[in-house]
Ligand binder design. Sequence first.
Ligand code: SF4
Length: 210
Amino acid sequence: MSDSLLVNEIFLSLQGESSHAGFPTVFIRLAGCNLRCNYCDTAYAWEEGERMSMEQVIEKVGSYRCKRVEITGGEPMKQENTVPLSKKLLDKNYHVMLETNGTVELTGLPDGIIKVVDIKCPESGSGETFLESNLDALNKDDEIKFVVSSKSDFKWALEMMQEHNLPDCCTVNMSPVTNILDPQILTQWILESGHDLRLNLQIHQFLHIP
Ligand code: SF4
């Protein structure tokens, strides 16, 4: 098996989302995605990428003075070498996060990877794609994210959350779709819900950085 990956970009920025927001992070954006969400802000990664060996990827990551890495996409779990890459990064003492759309089996990932798992709401255009068996792979350090377009998406997310006791499992993030849902309205819904939900804003957008 070749050890290469199709890489869209590798860059240093601030983590913009999740409870790790604000920390310097090296992003490895892998190319290719099996979904086509209507609010996608990384459509440029659906196809385009450069083939790099694992050694080249790790060398590039090592060129930054930063021990936090996020593997993202596209959908990183669609590439067979994502799991081996995550293991190598952990072995090199990186703090490794993986952002995934939740449609691909996560059980092969090593302990120690922090998983940020999207559960696609109906109005994303990619509803009913979440693999519920992935909930068994989550632990307290992992995070779930619902990207919400409307009140009906929010209600759907609450039902999903209650059905599976998600806050008992890990942090649950609620993100408003940019330019579609006012974050202040989502804040109000969160406060009214009585649930322990985290408002997840993309701080890189405020800073106008990648
Ligand atoms: S899963 Fe992520 S990368 Fe894929 S289409 Fe949806 S938002 Fe875009």
